[in-house]
Design a protein around this ligand. Structure first.
Ligand code: GLN
Length: 487
């Protein structure tokens, strides 16, 4: 039994009663990493000396004025920049990049007194769904090491599932928090676009990217989002809308809640086990007094195609900054500037990233722009309208977070297009800019299934309410992978 099985509230009470020090808790996290990360491979780097020094300093602080996350360990996806700590985006391009500033979310975590224990593996520049496109290593699903943890925030979800850290941040451009959370049996929230600052998040597709929260339970998740959400003068897309008290939303009361269940979310391509788990979850919510009805989001069918056009178009522009001069990898022995650009990018970027840069360049090119990019933007609007219409009648929309459980390592290499198509249940949320959470709702062949609850813009509170009520009525979140207890 590890301390890290406890909730944030339990840990805080131990700290408060002086039954535990921040240093002991930090040491426990590093002990877990030492024990388990050889198998799980969630971390790209750890920050032990500094974290322990920070922990000692935090222990000196008076009990009064400590917030709910004070002294608790957290891991960060390696596309969130950390002052003085190497931040690679899992790319050779940034293998030696040591930022001179903190992302706004990191500043906020530090203000809350959280201890950053290390940086987590991911797909290169967050492009992928399995964490296999990382330039450095693969991460393994703690539930079954033959399977991927999902992606692109696979390291974040795996580290929380393995009990190496109770908290992690990821980023979600098209599902990269929700899908790995589902694959690893943990809770993952993709907030409303503009709820959390993107300042210091290495950009993939700026109109879709959001930092998201990954935890073992819903209450912890609500507290973590509370700590990082809000207006940031350094990100002009953040909203001035007030951040509500998310924990206050955890009332357990979902009586009269209206749920829309898109038939497209339980249609073709969704595995029978996943369908069954989601249908049972709907019954559970019904037994708690919620009502659900089948609905349709008619444009969902085109979501993955529109997403991949928009995401790669934005990526090609965002990644133009990696030119071998200002940041990161620079090719040696070049003869002129053109060769420096070409070779730095050819050698610094991995295959998936290059593929997407090429695709985005094609989509934006003068000859194709109208037929490809502009069309995708139109589809985006139609999808946003589908959601807006559904939310006139329903409080939340529910479906699976992923059509299947975690893939076998290497399995998806055979059919990359099928892998892109699998994102169809998560990408519409990013295209519409609405929030969504994934919570554990079952198992199939020993691998977790995730329930996706989608909400109205800036209504994360209702998502937490529903997710929490469901969690209280079930025991999926209390089950942990065998590796976690060293079995
Ligand atoms: N799988 C999607 C992609 O590869 C989503 C990635 C993400 O959300 N960062 O683009």
């Amino acid at each position: 039994m590890t301390l890290l099985n406890k909730t944030a509230v339990e840990l805080q009470s131990l700290l408060h009663n002086r039954e535990l020090t921040v240093k002991e808790l930090t040491e426990e996290s590093f002990a877990r990493i030492a024990k388990l990360d050889e198998s799980v491979q969630a971390f790209l780097s750890t920050n032990e000396a500094e974290a322990l020094a920070q922990a000692e300093a935090l222990d000196q602080q008076p009990l009064e004025g400590r917030g709910p996350l004070f002294g608790l360990p957290i891991g960060l996806k390696d596309n969130i920049v950390t002052k003085g700590i190497t931040t690679t985006g899992a790319s050779k391009m940034l293998a030696n990049f040591v930022p001179v500033y903190d992302a706004t979310v990191v500043e906020k975590l530090k203000e809350a007194g959280m201890v950053i224990v290390g940086k987590l593996n991911m797909d290169e520049f967050a492009m992928g769904s399995t964490t296999e496109t990382s330039a450095f290593k693969k991460t393994y699903n703690p539930w079954n090491l033959d399977h991927v943890p999902g992606g692109s925030s696979g390291g974040s979800a795996a580290a929380v599932a393995a009990g190496e850290v109770p908290f992690a941040l990821g980023s979600d451009t098209g599902g990269s928090v929700r899908q790995p959370a589902a694959f690893c049996g943990v809770v993952g929230m993709k907030p409303t676009y503009g709820r959390v600052s993107r300042f210091g998040l290495i950009a993939y597709a700026s109109s879709l990217d959001q930092v998201g929260t990954i935890t073992q339970n819903v209450e912890d998740n609500a507290m973590l989002l509370q700590a990082i959400a809000g207006l940031d003068p350094k990100d002009s897309m953040t909203s001035p809308q007030e951040v509500p008290d998310y924990k206050a939303a955890l009332t357990g009361d979902v009586k009269g809640l209206k749920i829309g269940v898109p038939k497209e979310y339980l249609g073709e391509g969704v595995s029978d086990e996943v369908k069954k788990a989601v249908q049972e979850a709907l019954q559970t919510l019904e037994s708690l007094g919620a009502e659900w009805e089948e609905i349709s989001l008619p444009h969902l069918h085109y979501a993955a195609e529109a997403y991949y056009v928009i995401a790669t178009s934005e990526a090609t522009s965002n990644l133009a900054r990696f030119d071998g001069i200002r940041y990161g990898y620079s090719a040696e022995g070049v003869h002129d500037l053109d060769e420096l650009y070409a070779r730095s990018r050819a050698e610094g970027f991995g295959r998936e990233v290059k593929k997407r840069i090429l695709f985005g360049t094609y989509a934006l090119g003068a000859e194709h722009h109208k037929d490809v990019f502009v069309k995708a933007q139109k589809v985006r609007t139609l999808i946003a309208q589908d959601f807006a219409q559904a939310f006139e009648k329903y409080d939340v929309i529910i479906g699976p977070s992923s059509a299947t459980t975690a893939y076998k390592i290497g399995e998806t290499n055979k059919d990359p297009l099928a892998l892109y198509a699998n994102d169809v249940l998560t990408v519409p949320v990013n295209l519409a800019g609405v929030p969504a959470i994934s919570v554990p709702c079952g198992f199939a062949d020993g691998l977790p299934v995730g329930l996706q609850i989608i909400g109205k813009h800036f209504d994360e509170a209702t998502l937490y309410k529903v997710a929490h009520a469901f969690e209280q009525a079930t025991d999926f979140h209390t089950q942990t992978p065998a590796i976690r207890e060293g079995k």
